[in-house]
Design a binder for this molecule. Structure first.
Ligand SMILES: Nc1ncnc2c1ncn2[C@@H]1O[C@H](COP(=O)(O)OP(=O)(O)OP(=O)(O)O)[C@@H](O)[C@H]1O
Ligand SMILES: [Mg+2]
Length: 231
């Protein structure tokens, strides 16, 4: 039996045998605007609702814009827990290698909760900065090992290319291999509209849905329609 935690995303847990496996790392691999950051926000909110410590390492947003986006979804828990159970860090757009190897461990050090959730949104700039596969693997391997020990992690990876094809290109092979779980957030084009869809690509230590599940983002966040076909 593995220990599971609630993902916090409406409709996701039944697709992943009841929730994320504790102390694993999930990569959210998704198209621009697919809802990766909202996914991360809901994952962390669930932690706050359960009294956990949660950490958001963001490249794009500062704390103010993050709180504004969370409030737009009706989530007030972040504001109430800033600096206590909610630790927000804006990452710099360069020198990611040092950020992952030096800064992030320092921020996490001594701050472990009864259970902790950690998000890196997005991880992609690191993959652009460190092109050498051996170095990429070594640094990410260390980072993921540290996160495994610390809590349950979520990283986002931006996806480009044909939205109707699952292209696992070589540039993202290492993080996807090192992740315990991979979830794809895509948009399928149907005549004249884009339907958002979520698929579980892999989950170590667990069975999972092999379907492509449509979802919408509403003012309440992500809603996955488990039993409906994409079109
Ligand atoms: N309050 C809201 N109500 C309804 N839909 C929303 C709301 N906020 C965001 N969205 C939808 O979510 C999308 C953006 O979500 P999010 O920022 O999580 O995507 P992302 O995958 O992180 O994007 P990026 O590639 O820019 O990082 C918007 O394009 C919109 O469709
Ligand atoms: Mg985003």
């Amino acid at each position: 039996m593995v220990d599971r935690i609630k993902s916090g995303i409406t409709g996701l847990d039944p697709l992943v045998s009841g929730g994320f496996v504790k102390n694993t790392i999930t990569s959210i691999y998704g198209s621009p605007g697919a809802g990766k950051s909202i996914f991360c926000t809901e994952f962390l909110r669930q932690g706050l609702l359960e009294g956990e410590k949660v950490f958001y390492f963001s490249l794009e947003q500062n704390l103010e814009s993050f709180l504004r986006a969370a409030e737009a979804l009706g989530f007030n828990e972040f504001k109430q827990n800033v600096g206590t159970n909610f630790i927000f860090t804006k990452m710099s757009g360069h020198d990611f290698k040092n950020f992952l190897s030096i800064d992030m461990p320092k921020i996490l050090e001594g701050r472990k909760g009864k259970h902790s959730r950690v998000v890196i949104d997005p991880l992609t700039p690191f993959l652009w900065e460190i092109r050498d596969p051996a170095l990429q693997r070594s640094i990410l391997g260390d980072t993921f090992a540290m996160l495994h020990e610390f809590g349950t992690g979520l990283v986002t990876i931006e996806r480009y290319g044909d939205i109707n094809k699952l292209e696992l290109s070589e540039d993202i092979a290492i993080p996807l291999y090192l992740s315990d779980s991979v979830i794809l957030m895509s948009m399928a084009f149907n005549q004249n509209f884009y339907q958002k869809a979520i698929s579980v690509i892999k989950i170590r230590f667990s069975s999972h849905s092999s379907g492509m599940h449509p979802f919408d983002i509403t003012e309440k966040g992500i809603q996955i329609f488990q039993d409906q076909p994409v079109f």
